[in-house]
Each structure stands twice: as structure tokens, then as C-alpha cells.
Design a protein around this ligand. Structure first.
Ligand SMILES: [Zn+2]
Length: 67
């Protein structure tokens, strides 16, 4: 089972990866609707989300208004 990082924007743990294209998966926060990068598999989208989570702690000011 894949463990998703909590949302870097609102801190919610209500994040899910869903299929958004024929071979594209994307993690979305169900509370603030922040989205991660699209990956070709569910696992890749989760990996990208977790990377973004790490990066977001550095860039949090620049993305604070995105939502
Ligand atoms: Zn959120």
C-alpha cells in the first residue's frame, strides 16, 4: 500500500491519487485541491507528490497564493 504525504499547502491528510488521463495519474488534495505532477502510473504520481512535498517546504512562500 502506498502512503501519501500530507498536503504541503493545507496539511490535510485527505489526499488521493486518481487517474486523470489514459495513462496519467495525479495526486490531489481533497481539501484545498492542490495537485501534484502527473505521473504515468499511480506509484509515479505519488513519488512526484512526495518530492514536491519536500521541495514545497523550501518554496512555500512562492506557492502560498496558488490555491
Ligand atoms: Zn491541501
Amino acid at each position: 500500500m502506498v502512503i501519501l504525504e500530507s498536503c504541503p499547502f493545507c496539511g490535510s491528510q485527505h489526499v488521493e491519487s486518481s487517474e486523470v488521463d489514459i495513462n496519467g495519474w495525479m495526486v490531489e488534495c481533497m481539501d484545498c485541491h492542490a495537485t501534484g505532477p502527473i505521473g504515468r502510473t499511480k506509484a509515479l504520481s505519488v513519488t512526484a507528490w512526495c518530492r514536491r512535498h519536500l521541495k514545497a517546504t523550501v518554496d512555500s512562500q512562492s506557492v502560498a497564493t496558488a490555491a
